[in-house]
Structures are given as structure tokens and as C-alpha cells.
Design a protein around this ligand. Structure first.
Ligand code: DQA
Length: 145
């Protein structure tokens, strides 16, 4: 379990590559997931990736991660700014949590400045593009090994 990391992506991130590429870049979710797995492998981490547009599915995956995964890298997308339910789910999980945002949410609309998740996260990465996922895994490799 110590090297198992779950990478979770929330609503609309399935459209990466075609969704607002000027904000989110032109790499697809498949590219991001392949890169996360390759980075993980190089770091001795086993990476599992999941994406959903449904809040309940993300919550179920967090519940299932309890005792199974030693860390979660999560980009909750818009649920970052709205979901107490996702925060509550992460509060039932006692592994490491890294929150990732592709864009710098603090440079954007005011409603993106607040995160329900950040208070639970061990670290927050924003504005590094999709490289943020790799940075999160590198940080986890340090924390977990
Ligand atoms: C995002 C930022 C959120 O505000 C937005 O709703 C997203 C993506 C990001 O990765 O930059 O869907 O989490």
C-alpha cells in the first residue's frame, strides 16, 4: 500500500485538450494519465487514475481508497469551490492528499479563489499546467519513501 497513489480528476477534465486550451493546455486526459503512470513508475509509485463528472463517484472512490492507497492526488475541478461532501469524504481518508489545479485559480474569477479542499490537503499545486500532476507525484515520492 505504501507506494499506491490514486489520481482523481473531477468534472469536465475528461475534455482536457479540447476544453479551453488557452487555460488548460492541449494535452488530453489520456496524455496526463499516461504521464502520471510513467512518472510514478520511475519514482517507485503505482499510480491508478480515475476521472468522473459525478460527485458521488469521486466520493465512492475516496471511500474505497481508505486502507488501499497511501495517497490521493486530486483535481476536484469545479467541485473544489462547491463541495463540502468531497471535503467530508477526504476527511474520512487518512493518507496524504495533494490538491492540483492546472490553472492558477488565484489569477482567475473570485469564485475560484476559495477551495473547500485546501484545508485538508497536505499540499496545493496550482498554475503549473498539467506538469502539476508530476510535481505532486514527485513530492509524494519524497513523503512516502
Ligand atoms: C481547475 C480549476 C477550477 O476552477 C475549474 O473549475 C476546473 C479546473 C484547474 O485544474 O485549473 O475545472 O481545477
Amino acid at each position: 500500500m505504501s507506494s499506491k497513489v490514486l489520481v482523481l480528476n473531477g468534472p469536465n477534465l475528461n475534455l482536457l485538450g479540447t476544453r479551453e486550451p488557452e487555460v488548460y493546455g492541449d494535452e488530453t486526459l489520456a496524455d496526463v494519465e499516461a504521464s502520471a503512470k510513467a512518472t510514478g513508475e520511475a519514482l517507485g509509485l503505482t499510480v491508478t487514475c480515475r476521472q468522473s463528472n459525478a460527485e458521488h463517484e469521486l466520493i465512492d472512490w475516496i471511500h474505497a481508497a481508505r486502507g488501499e492507497f497511501s495517497a490521493i492526488v486530486v483535481n476536484p475541478a469545479a467541485l473544489t469551490h462547491t463541495s463540502i461532501a468531497l471535503l467530508d469524504a477526504l476527511n474520512t481518508y487518512d493518507g496524504r492528499v495533494i490538491e492540483v489545479h492546472i490553472s492558477n485559480v488565484h489569477q482567475r474569477e473570485a469564485f475560484r479563489h476559495h477551495s473547500y479542499i485546501s484545508g485538508r490537503a497536505d499540499a496545493v499545486i496550482a498554475g503549473c499546467g498539467v506538469h502539476g500532476y508530476d510535481l505532486a507525484l514527485r513530492h509524494l515520492a519524497k513523503l512516502l519513501n
